[in-house]
Structures are given as C-alpha cells and as structure tokens.
Design a protein around this ligand. Structure first.
Ligand SMILES: NC(=O)c1ccc[n+]([C@@H]2O[C@H](COP(=O)([O-])OP(=O)(O)OC[C@H]3O[C@@H](n4cnc5c(N)ncnc54)[C@H](O)[C@@H]3O)[C@@H](O)[C@H]2O)c1
Ligand SMILES: [Zn+2]
Length: 371
C-alpha cells in the first residue's frame, strides 16, 4: 500500500503537518520545498542512518533543486550531551546560517531532540523539519516539540518546547531498523492504546505479529493512529500542564529503570517503557483500581511480541527498590515534592494522579524486582 496521510498538529501560528507514508523520503524535496526560504538547508543525521537513507534524501533534495549540506553525528544516546550539542551548534554556525535557514533532522529520537534544540536557540530560533527514521521517533519524539539534551543530572533536563515546521514519517525507513529498536518503538505504540483507546489495543493484539514482521499497511496504520493521538493531546496541552502527562504512562517507572542501567544498550527506552507500563498496571491492580484481567492481558501482549515485562527480564542487573524510588523522586514530573503517576482503571482508561501512597509504591517495587 502506498497511501499517504496528512495529520495536523493544531497550535495556532505554529501548527504543522505530519505526513505518514511509504517512500516519502524519495519525494522529500517536493514536500519540503514550500517551507524552504533559504539555502542551503542543513541536514543533521547520524552515521548509521546516513549509511541507509541519506543518499535517498540527497537525491530528493537535488531533484527538487534544493541545495543542502550535511552534518553527520556519531550514532547513539551519548551524542545527546553538552559536548555533542556544542559540536553540532559549532558545525551549524560554521556554515553561516540565517534566520531563514532550515535544519532537517534525519534520524531517531537522538537526532531529532538535539537538532530541534539547536534550531530553537541558533539565532534565537530557525526552522526545522523532522524526518524520523525509528518507530519510536515516528510515533513519539518527532511529534510534539519537546527538544533537548541529557546532562550529568539526568535525561532531557536541558531543552525547550520548539515545534517543527513539518514531520515526514516514511514507514519504509523502518525496514532497515534493527528488530530490537523496532520492538522498543512498538512499546510506545501500545501505550497509545492503553492510555485511551481500547479498540486500538485490540487491533494491535490482532495485528502485532504481522506489523512487526514488516507488513507495510499495518505499520502505516499504527503510525497514523499513534501520531493522531499524540497530535490531539499536544494540540490541547502543548506545555504539559494537563493531560499531555498521560503520554508518560509507564515513564516514571521506566526512567528510573533506565537511570539504574545507565541509559544504554542494556535497556532501551522503549523496553523500559514496556516494563514501566506493567508496573503502572500492577500498581493500579494492587490498589484496587484496575481489573487483574486487564493487567494480565497487557502483560501477555508485551510478552508475545518479545518485549520485557519486569525488571528481572534484564539480565546481569541487580535492582534496588530504594535506588529506583530515589530516581523517581528526581523525575521532572515531581511537583511540590509529590511524584506524579499515570495509573489506570483498565485498558484504555489511564489517568494522572499525585495521590499515591509511597508505601504502596515500595511494595510494588519490592515485588517487581523479586519477580
Ligand atoms: N522529544 C520527545 O518527545 C521524545 C520522546 C521519546 C523519546 N525521546 C528521545 O528519543 C531518544 C531515543 O530515540 P530512538 O529510540 O529513536 O533512538 P536513536 O535515535 O538512538 O536511534 C536508535 C538506533 O537506531 C539507529 N537508526 C535510526 N534509524 C534507523 C534506520 N531507519 N535504520 C537503521 N538504523 C537506524 C540509530 O543510529 C541508533 O543507533 C532518547 O534520547 C529519548 O530521550 C524524545
Ligand atoms: Zn517514551
């Protein structure tokens, strides 16, 4: 199937389109041409993605007559730090950008986040376009305008809300993505069903295997539904003062797990989110909010696709509930000293609360790391 779907993120004069489709990269030149007012456009990518997809983008820009220059960063989360940011900004300033210049982020969430942040501060803000190439970036990080870098104090602690001018999600680029990365992104797809769309979760239960194995139609549908949900939430609550926090389902626990494992290869973000979602469901069941059948059903789904569901699924890691709780207390989502949780009354029925007894959380953590 080669349908294209355009969704819009409605944010007054900062509104933008998300185009989802197969082989969009080939037509990227025509698609971005209306936005470009100054050349060269500056493409930022990483060395993995460059090997797979930069050639196609280059050709597309050339055939639309758009001059471009490329900055290639090392692949991996380590690029998203002060040094990586300094290098990127220096490389961009060396090119001599103007206020009308445009950056294009071609890559996963790392490239999207650091490029978006650079765009937000260079010359007090220049345009940027997201071309996400991981499932995680297509359904999550490229949409919504959160940009930033990691510091020694934690992930994404320095950054800005800065919306792209356009998002091009070419589901064909996922064909080169390692399966483990694809699955990690899939955990975020499931999250959209769990937080407010039970029918989507049921659709995923039916279609997950084929989708993961490469069915293009199903991949497009899942990206479209995910982006639509995120776009709607972001349009309502750009700066996360209200229900945008629902998107953090599984993330308070997940970030604590990632912090303990050092934000590296041992536990990918999406894997941490899968475990974190299970912890949120287990806690909700433990305190009498969520039917145990729903929790069992979600766990079975994650397991069936091969995602981890509990901390002890990560081999070679010793866990401490005190350490995990310590990380949770430092999370950005802490407000007035209270940890915000996204809990659930069942599949498709998540809600935000700061009203959780720490003793309940401790009991949950103890159980989770003993499992
Ligand atoms: N801004 C947000 O709202 C938001 C939301 C979620 C996550 N994030 C951030 O996103 C980052 C994680 O994103 P990610 O999972 O995309 O990681 P990533 O950018 O590191 O990409 C994962 C790996 O896949 C490789 N890769 C990317 N596309 C590929 C392709 N098509 N084929 C082959 N290899 C490819 C990359 O080089 C990298 O090695 C984290 O830094 C996280 O904090 C941001
Ligand atoms: Zn996430």
């Amino acid at each position: 199937m080669n349908t294209r779907k355009t969704l819009s993120v409605a944010l007054a004069d900062r509104s933008y389109d998300i185009i989802v489709g197969h082989n969009l990269l080939r037509d990227a030149g025509q698609l971005i041409d209306p936005i470009i007012t100054h050349e060269p456009v500056i493409v930022v990518t990483d060395d993995n993605v460059a090997g797979h997809h930069l050639g196609t983008l280059d050709l597309a820009l050339q055939s639309a007559g758009i001059a471009s220059t490329v900055i290639t960063l090392p692949a991996g989360e380590n690029t998203k730090d002060y040094d990586g940011f300094h290098n990127l900004v220096t490389s961009i300033l060396d090119i001599g950008p103007e206020r009308r210049s445009t950056l294009i982020a071609l890559g996963g969430g790392v490239i999207g986040d650091i490029t978006g942040f650079a765009a937000s501060v260079i010359l007090r803000g220049i345009d940027f376009i997201q071309i996400p190439t991981t499932l995680l970036a297509q359904v999550d990080s490229s949409v919504g305008g959160k940009t930033g870098i990691n510091t020694q104090h934690g992930k994404n602690l320095v950054g800005s809300f800065y919306q792209p001018r356009l998002v091009l999600a070419d589901t064909g680029t996922l064909d080169t993505l390692p399966r483990r990365e694809l699955l990690a992104g899939y955990a975020e797809v499931v999250k959209y069903g769990l937080l407010g769309d039970k029918a989507f979760f049921e659709w995923l239960e039916k279609n997950a295997d084929a989708l993961i194995d490469g069915d293009e139609t199903l991949r497009q549908q899942s990206v479209i539904t995910s982006c639509r949900t995120k776009a709607n939430i972001v349009s309502r609550d750009e700066k996360e003062t209200g229900d945008r926090a629902l998107l953090n389902l599984g993330h308070t626990f997940g970030h604590a797990l990632e912090a303990e494992t050092g934000f590296g290869e041992k536990l990918l973000h999406g894997e941490a989110v899968a475990i974190g979602i299970m912890m949120a469901f287990d806690l909700s069941t433990q305190i009498g909010l969520c039917p145990v059948e729903d929790t069992t059903r979600v766990r079975a789904h994650f397991k069936s696709v091969g995602l981890p569901v509990q901390p002890t699924d990560i081999s070679g890691q010793a866990w401490s509930s005190t350490a995990l709780l310590g990380h949770m207390a430092q999370d950005k989502k802490v407000r007035d000293g209270k940890i915000t949780f996204i809990l659930t009354r069942g599949i498709g029925n998540a809600f935000i609360t700061s009203d959780v007894k720490i003793s309940d959380v401790e009991a949950l953590l103890d159980k989770a790391i003993a499992a």
